[in-house]
Design a protein around this ligand. Structure first.
Ligand SMILES: Nc1ncnc2c1ncn2[C@@H]1O[C@H](COP(=O)(O)OP(=O)(O)OP(=O)(O)O)[C@@H](O)[C@H]1O
Ligand SMILES: [Mg+2]
Length: 328
């Protein structure tokens, strides 16, 4: 199976006289197989946009190898018509309708006008197609951008932060759109710094930190790999329960209103130990790992409102980046 995107050892340093050199990509690798929705996850400033721009020939790399749709990136022009991308939010002319915008783009791109109606339908803009773009919500503008990228019927769609600035309903619409496209056989590469988005929608994920891949693999496998066997335990007498569980050789920590018992392979060890001491459980539930905790482990960044930001450049990352390949 030929990879849709293959990147090996990509390097890019931005040189600015005023601020000095800035290493954006430091030997970055990525592999995207056909038919996937592949999440590209990383904190602000970790190199996602630079990677996508380099891939599309908008930025020149200092080193490394890239191929798109089995074609080396230096021959990108020969496959460009098979790739749709929204890397910078496109600016549309507010006085034109969505339909007119797409119609002009279709003419410019040598695409038949019949395709305009199809893509409007596909992104759910048919009912508003004749309204001026200026009257569109942000979510509708995003969908118009996706529609413009779909005109050429691309096999690969690259979206840089499509959920940015959208409300929950807009995010939901974008998610449904990506799923529909994937069901039609389009490979989707979507970057985000919103972890829950990636977790919900993506089949596979690459996590980037400081210009390097720190993890890649199927989302399910990544999560399973990071399952620590933690359980949430609620009991009427948490202090006594803690002693009992510790006495049974289990590792226990107290959380706000419950206990967390770690490294458990069989939950009956918990209920048995507590039952013997006549402490009766009100809750015993596995704590499933989420991408958030995996990401935190690997990148050493801290969340602000569920969004991760790269720690300041002058501060060393507490966890050294490591490459961990997880296979299905
Ligand atoms: N044209 C440029 N000139 C100088 N530095 C740049 C330029 N473009 C990006 N950088 C720097 O390269 C690093 C990576 O930036 P990039 O935009 O790729 O990050 P990102 O992962 O897309 O972040 P975000 O989540 O904020 O979009 C950052 O430190 C950024 O400041
Ligand atoms: Mg970016």
């Amino acid at each position: 199976m030929t990879a849709v995107i293959e990147i090996k050892g990509l390097r890019k340093t931005f040189r600015s006289l005023r601020r000095g050199p800035k290493v954006a990509l430091d030997g970055f690798d990525m592999l995207v197989e056909p038919g996937q929705i592949h999440g590209f996850l990383g904190p602000n400033g970790s190199g996602k946009t630079t990677t996508l721009r380099t891939l599309l020939g908008l930025v020149r790399a200092d080193g490394g190898e890239m191929s798109i749709l089995g074609t080396p990136s230096r021959e990108y022009a020969s496959v460009a018509h098979r790739v749709g991308a929204i890397v910078e939010s496109p600016a549309f002319f507010g006085n034109f309708s969505g339909r007119k915008t797409l119609s002009l783009l279709a003419t410019a791109g040598g695409v038949g006008q019949s395709r305009v109606g199809e893509v409007l339908e596909r992104v759910g803009l048919r009912d508003r197609a004749d309204d001026r773009v200026r009257s569109y919500s942000l979510g509708m503008k995003q969908r118009l951008a996706v529609a413009s990228a779909l005109l050429k019927q691309p096999e690969l769609l690259i979206l840089d932060e499509p959920a940015n600035g959208l409300d929950p309903a807009g995010i939901h619409e974008m998610r449904t759109l990506m799923r529909d496209l994937a069901a039609d056989g389009v490979t989707v590469l979507v970057s985000s710094h919103i972890l829950s988005e990636i977790e919900i929608i993506c089949d596979t994920v690459t996590i980037i930190s400081r210009g390097r891949r720190v993890l890649a693999g199927p989302v399910d496998a990544v999560l399973a790999e990071h399952d620590n066997g933690d359980f949430r335990v609620r009991v009427p007498e948490p202090d006594r329960a803690r002693e009992v569980l510790a006495g049974a050789g289990l590792s226990v920590t107290a959380a706000d209103d419950h206990l967390v018992v770690g490294g458990v392979t069989d939950a009956s060890a918990i209920s048995e130990a507590l039952g013997r001491a006549e402490i009766w459980l009100t809750e015993l539930s596995p704590i499933a790992p989420d991408l958030e905790s995996v990401f935190l482990d690997l990148t050493g960044t801290r969340p602000v409102d569920g969004v991760y930001h790269q720690v300041d450049d002058s501060v060393a990352v507490s966890v050294a980046p490591q490459t961990l390949e997880v296979s299905a």
